[in-house]
Design a protein around this ligand. Structure first.
Ligand code: 13P
Length: 337
């Protein structure tokens, strides 16, 4: 399938992506922090709970996995990846190997994992993987993100995007402007615009075909500790304004990361953008925390809680699927809860 066809399938109406690519060590840390026991099978069992949730494919078009997850097998020996593909969900890969400190900077980072990437991507494509995701983490602070960090991350994301398309995979380019800090929404707007402009300049230079590319973006938000918090409509307005200025209409879709927003806000804000604006791209979700926070708390690594945790996941996927179509309402949220 051409990358433009895969990209369009990933953002088909009413569907979005589940980011399940938290690596095993970070997952285990989170599970333990929530008061649950951790064992050798926790990561497999959690991945299986997510990937095999009944009805997930009604709202989820793709799942972002770690390398380890592509190789996991259930207790009968069947590949979890194979089951995802059989359910009609497109599997994606996060081929990055962790953040690396940018030389010469105080604490800014760039994603690592470029070595051998061409060969690894060819192997993933042969396994049936349809897309990649690569993240930049840009923190707003005194003098940050620097032009250096913005440019270095744009170049690495563009290099990965070009290599992905060479392997027949859709790149999801994720320049995340982080939520943390006391900055205003106006500051977030200006930085988001600058980051997107640099990112698309780099994609052009690297000859990336935008029709076969998706953007995973952060919303334009007030920093989490800013005393003035922009409301849902202001977030929708500022986010759409930045995207209209900087994301070409050749891009078939933009999928949001949740970035530490509450489940409710991640859904309500996505819905407002789709309900209130006529947009040149599909606008959907690629959430990790805003889909999995509640299911993980319900599960608590207890086998008997799997059906309830899967129901909680299905509920969040459904609410976000509705928001991707601009059809979510408060009353639907509460009625179904
Ligand atoms: P969040 O939705 O938790 O921000 O995660 C998105 C993501 O990219 C995970 O890889």
């Amino acid at each position: 399938m051409a990358t433009s066809d895969i990209a369009r399938r990933l953002v088909q109406p009413g569907k979005g992506i589940m980011a399940a690519d938290r690596p095993s060590p970070a997952f285990k840390e989170l599970l333990a922090a929530g008061g649950s026991t951790v064992d050798d099978h926790s990561y497999r069992n959690w991945s299986q709970l997510l990937f095999r949730a009944p009805g997930l494919n009604d709202y989820v078009s793709g799942i972002i996995m770690t390398d380890e997850q592509t190789r996991l097998r259930d207790e009968r020996g069947d590949s979890l990846l194979g089951q995802v593909i059989a359910d009609g969900i497109i599997p994606g890969i996060s081929p990055f190997t962790g953040m690396v400190k940018l030389a010469g900077s105080a604490d800014e980072t760039v994603g690592g994992g470029l070595d051998g990437l061409r060969e690894r991507l060819a192997a993933y494509a042969a396994l049936g993987i349809g897309f990649t995701k690569w993240r930049a983490a840009l923190q707003i602070g005194a003098g940050t993100p620097s032009d250096y960090a913005i440019a270095a991350n744009a170049y690495v994301m563009a290099q990965v995007a070009a290599l992905s398309q060479e392997a027949g995979l859709v790149p999801i380019v994720e320049p995340e402007v982080m939520l943390w800090g006391d900055h205003t929404i106006e500051t977030c707007f200006a930085i988001t615009e600058r980051v997107l402009a640099r990112t698309f300049e780099a994609l052009y230079l690297h000859r990336v075909e935008l029709e076969g590319t998706l953007v995973k973006a952060s919303m334009v938000l007030s920093g989490d500790t800013c005393p003035v918090q922009a409301d849902v409509d202001a977030v929708a307005e500022q986010t759409i304004k930045a995207f209209r200025r900087q994301i070409p209409s050749a891009v078939p879709g933009i999928v949001f990361l949740s970035g530490g927003q509450s489940d409710y806000h991640a859904t309500a804000r996505l819905n407002a953008m789709n309900a209130q604006y006529d947009l040149p791209w599909a606008l959907s979700f690629s959430y990790a925390r805003a889909l999995q926070r509640e299911p993980m708390a319900v599960w608590s690594n207890q086998a008997e809680n799997v059906p309830a945790a899967q129901a909680a996941l299905h509920h969040r996927a459904k609410m976000n699927g509705l928001a991707a179509a601009g059809l979510w309402t408060d009353s639907l949220e509460n009625a179904a809860a």
